[in-house]
Design a protein around this ligand. Structure first.
Ligand code: APR
Length: 311
């Protein structure tokens, strides 16, 4: 028997990072290392989490550190370091400050874990994943962002509320950038295989599409001091699980595009097969003219963001 525990590093022990560490430990996906620039915070949160282990019955180790040497040989690295939004801010407003943080974090991580799978969460995520690829030089199957899983989960929740049906039966697809120009696809969204267009009037679908686009801002408005973290952490953990357990789930993720959907040299959300080899396949859906136009608009947004990067 050759069973080795996976090592999962979470960079940034804030709301998203610590909740992700908790879920990864509860789901027994591997030993978790939390690293943060602030001394004491990852150590304190890790100890607190470990003290829940006897009650929650998990036997994975969770540790906290400020030293990248402790992250060595990680199988999966999740980057959540950076600033979250405040009310009135777009994700794009975080670009310059978070790009510097992601560059610094990536350079440190890659020194110690040159063969990791990297999941970037810091916003604006499509652009930050591009920064992380540039400074990690990871092959494109090893690096992805987290966005579409979250956006699709929000869309699924709204549809299940609308119809009063279990969210387990709602499948949704959201492509494009993680922001106002994201592309929820009602044409590829169904309830137990029934296209939602057969179940919900068009004006209500339009409302839910818009609420999905504004999903992050809706939470920021409530919280006032930060952004969403429960659903983001669940989304990240689902991506980690599909990698470490080789589940080959079909998930929409920002991945490096080299001609798919006619797009080049950028990260943006498309449906992918994710498994033990990371991004194993990109699925190219048939889109209507209107959907293609929306996707291209999204891509222009990402391109513009990349072109303004200062790192
Ligand atoms: N290295 C390591 N950690 C850092 C660094 C750095 N250079 N800079 C900041 N951090 C840490 C902070 O100390 C903090 O603990 O990142 C953490 C961010 O946590 P929060 O402020 O709670 O933010 P969170 O809600 O977790 O969001 C993090 O994820 O969803 C995105 O838009 C969100 O960009 C934001 C990121």
């Amino acid at each position: 028997m050759n069973i080795v525990r996976k090592k999962i590093t979470v960079v940034g022990a804030g709301h998203v990072g610590a909740t992700t560490a908790q879920l990864c430990a509860y789901k027994k996906l591997g030993n978790v290392v939390m690293i943060d620039i602030v001394e004491g915070v990852p150590q304190g949160k890790a100890l607190d989490l470990m003290e829940s282990a006897p009650i929650e019955s998990f036997d994975m180790n969770v540790t906290g550190t400020n030293d990248y040497a402790d992250t060595a040989d990680s199988d999966v690295v999740i980057i959540t370091a950076g600033l979250p939004r405040k009310p009135g801010m777009t994700r794009e407003d975080l670009r310059d400050i978070n790009a510097g943080i992601v560059k610094d974090v990536t350079e440190n991580i890659i020194k110690h874990s040159p063969n990791c799978f990297m999941i970037v969460v810091t916003n604006p995520v499509d652009t930050m994943t591009y920064v992380a690829k540039k400074y990690s030089n990871l092959p494109k199957n090893r690096i992805m962002g987290m966005a579409g899983v979250l956006d699709a989960a929000r869309f699924r929740h709204f549809i299940s509320l609308e119809l009063g049906v279990s969210n387990l039966d709602v499948k949704a697809m959201v492509m494009g950038l993680h922001g106002g120009a994201m592309v929820p696809l009602p044409s590829h969204t169904s309830v137990a295989g029934i296209p939602i267009k057969e179940l919900i009037p068009q004006d209500r679908i339009d409302d839910m599409v818009q609420r999905t686009r504004d999903g992050g801002a809706e939470i920021v408005k409530y919280l006032k001091t930060g952004s969403a973290y429960y659903a983001p952490a669940s989304s990240i953990t689902q991506m980690v699980e599909t990698i470490v357990r080789d589940k080959k789930r079909v998930l929409p993720c920002p991945v490096y595009l080299e001609g798919e959907y006619g797009l080049h040299d950028m990260f943006m959300g498309v449906p992918c097969v994710i498994g033990a080899h990371g991004v194993e396949k990109i699925l190219e859906l048939e889109l209507t003219e209107e959907e293609t136009a929306q996707l291209n608009k999204s891509a222009e947004g990402v391109k513009a963001s990349i072109s303004q990067l200062k790192v």
